[in-house]
Design a protein around this ligand. Structure first.
Ligand code: NAP
Length: 602
């Protein structure tokens, strides 16, 4: 029987078989434990190559209105939105030497954002800035982060190169005591955590990694002193070098073309090929993006979120590969997959997915001249198994004489490292330098990871509470027993590929909570019942991810192929509906989380 979308049931069965084989080739028994953290003997991988000499300063002993932990877009937006609400002393604490978060750390050659800059860069309406490229280079995004911080005067109280080491609620002063690795111990009436979801780099646990005598670094700490050049390229230091790169995710795809241009020889050690779709980056004018009236950026951003959350939209303003593939990427949201048509939905989804993946594989064949190399670069899994990537130079790089693709799937990655290089399939590849484009750990940053000790009301430790009761919150932001602590991020809320939009909505919400508490002289703390009600909302329509992820190649989406049975619940109807829900809640029910301050200060 031939399917109307040009795939026969035999072809679909064959694809399923092939996907299963490719998955089995890659699943490792050690799952996420295969990676190394950048600490102890590997701690130097996380050193900050961009910070100016750390200046000595007196430890802070004062009191501020709000301490914001993290100076990436989450923290910057929280600070900006608090300022707009008239909150005076807002102190952002950041590990890096400046604002920017992921865009501070990631400055590798070729770095760009793969979400359209006119929807990714926040506060364009408020700053009057109009990006000039459809997909902005990293430096432009980093400068925009600084622009917002300057506009809202966040430098005045910010502290950089400083890591928060503990948070302790003090009942007497009705404030959090914040300690840091720079000897600070100050009070903050409110704490907003904006520590990111993937902020800790990870290294591949390749046996013998410590034996290699050549040069190594992680892409999020690019060593321009060694390579020469800038994020635009010109890596003259590599002209006579044999360079290896491990990792072909969204970062690897951007780095490889730049390394290929300048390295003496480049070896790309691939374990799983990415889907590499058309990029079509181009210069844009204010007219192209409709930047001719107040609120244009908000409208564009809302339109993108609407489409990528499966909500009806009259037009597609961004019109790129994300919006075109929205149905494939967010297929698990009830907004795409109405439970009543589940079976029909899954069948139609499988066909649409196969058509898309055939297109992606055909693109590899069209671009890559060598048939054997092209075969290895074809991804055999469903589109949403891994984060899609976009490039008009990556596949082309494999047509150069100085670039070799080394497939490592059969050995679950590089087998081992020696003094001189790496070994794959019994062959040693001699290298001068090996770049790790191996990504970041998921779920280890933020207060829920337990890395930052949080002691709530009555000395209750957050980690202990989590172990006993699991994550509990109202909307993901606030928890009983942890007054005036507001968490920004994806846990128990809803996320989107356009994560800065999510962060901005969360920042608006955090600022509204603080402003309401200030106006009422109250403390923010949801009741146990409010937490229970929120858990029930999340559980009610919780999509079943397992059927999908169980067939995917390993990666951080599916716990390296082992599933994520304990993954935290999320709001099941997508970010667009979640933001709407928050807005209504702020209008109707926000007073429910405001409780009277204790007599000591009231
Ligand atoms: P990633 O997606 O986690 O990719 C890591 C890569 O390293 C994968 O290709 C992985 O292969 C490979 N790898 C790990 N261990 C290996 C080993 N032992 N041998 C061989 N290969 C190994 O990391 P990323 O590319 O840095 O991306 C991280 C996050 O940043 C993602 O969420 C990404 O979307 C985001 N990002 C966004 C942009 C943007 O433009 N918005 C740009 C860059 C990155 P397997 O697939 O086989 O595990």
């Amino acid at each position: 029987m031939t399917n109307p979308a040009t795939l026969s049931s035999e072809e679909l069965a064959e694809l399923r078989r092939r996907y299963r084989i490719e998955r089995e080739r890659r699943v490792r028994p050690d799952g996420s434990r295969q990676y190394l953290a950048a600490d102890a003997e590997f701690g130097y991988y996380a050193d900050d190559p961009y910070a100016r000499e750390t200046e000595e300063r007196e430890p802070l002993r004062d009191r501020v209105d709000v301490a914001v932990i993290g100076g990436g877009f989450g923290g910057i937006l929280a600070g900006a939105r608090l300022r707009r609400r008239g909150i005076g002393r807002v102190r952002v604490l950041e590990k890096g030497g400046d604002f920017g978060g992921t865009w501070y750390w990631n400055r590798y050659p070729g770095i760009h954002c793969d979400i359209e800059s006119h929807v990714y860069l926040p506060m364009l309406d408020e700053t009057g800035y109009v990006p000039e490229w459809k997909y902005a280079p990293g430096e432009e995004i980093r400068r925009h982060a600084v622009r917002i911080a300057e506009k809202f005067d966040l430098y005045a109280d910010a502290v950089f190169s400083t890591a928060v080491t503990s948070l302790t609620w003090d009942e007497t002063s009705q404030a959090w005591i914040v300690t840091t690795d720079r000897g600070d111990k100050f009070r903050a009436t409110y704490v907003v955590t904006a520590t990111g979801t993937m902020s800790e780099l990870k290294l591949p646990g390749i046996p013998g990694i410590e034996n290699f005598k050549g040069h190594t670094f992680h892409t999020s700490r690019w060593d321009y002193a060694y390579t020469g050049g800038t994020p635009d390229g010109g890596l003259t230091g590599l002209a006579d070098k044999r360079v290896g790169v491990v990792g072909t995710g969204a970062t690897g795809i951007q780095v490889v073309p730049k390394l290929a241009e300048d390295a003496g020889h480049l070896y790309v050690f691939q374990r799983t090929p990415s889907t590499v779709d058309v990029r079509a980056n181009r210069r844009t004018t204010a007219r192209d993006v409709g930047a001719d009236h107040d609120g244009w950026a908000r409208e564009r951003r809302d339109n993108f979120l609407r489409i990528t959350s499966g909500e009806p939209a009259e037009e597609d303003l961004v019109a790129d590969r994300w919006t075109a593939s929205a149905g494939l990427l967010e297929k698990l949201l009830p907004s795409f997959c109405r439970p009543a048509d589940r079976q029909a939905f899954e069948a139609a989804y499988e066909v649409a997915d196969a058509v898309k993946m055939n297109e992606v594989r055909a693109r590899v064949e069209r671009i890559v001249a060598d048939a054997d190399t092209a075969e290895k670069l074809k991804p055999w899994y469903r589109y949403a198994c891994k984060r899609p990537t976009f490039s008009d130079t990556y596949l082309q790089a494999f047509n150069r004489d100085n670039v070799t693709l080394v497939d490592t799937a059969d050995t679950h990655g590089i087998e081992r490292m020696t003094e001189h290089g790496v070994v794959v399939g019994g062959t040693e590849y001699a290298l001068d330098c090996l770049v790790f484009a191996t990504g970041f750990s998921v779920g280890v940053s933020g207060v829920h990871s337990g890395r930052l000790p949080v002691n709530g009301r009555g000395g209750v430790q957050l980690l202990h509470a989590l172990a006993e009761r699991g994550p509990r919150s109202l909307h993901g932001f606030t928890s009983n027993g942890f007054p005036n602590l507001i968490q920004l991020g994806a846990t128990q809320s809803a996320s989107s590929v356009n994560y800065t939009h999510v962060l901005d909505e969360h920042a608006v919400h955090a600022a509204a909570l603080v402003a309401a508490a200030e106006a009422k002289g109250a403390v923010i703390e949801p009741s146990r019942e409010a937490e229970d009600a929120w858990l029930a909302v999340m559980a009610e329509d919780a999509p079943d991810h397992e059927w999908f992820h169980a067939e995917c190649t390993p990666g951080y989406y599916n716990g390296e192929g082992r599933g994520r049975p304990n993954a935290p619940l999320a709001y099941p109807h997508g970010a667009f509906a979640f933001h709407d829900l928050l807005k209504r809640w702020r209008e109707e029910s926000m007073d429910d989380v405001l409780v009277a301050r204790k007599a000591a200060e009231a």
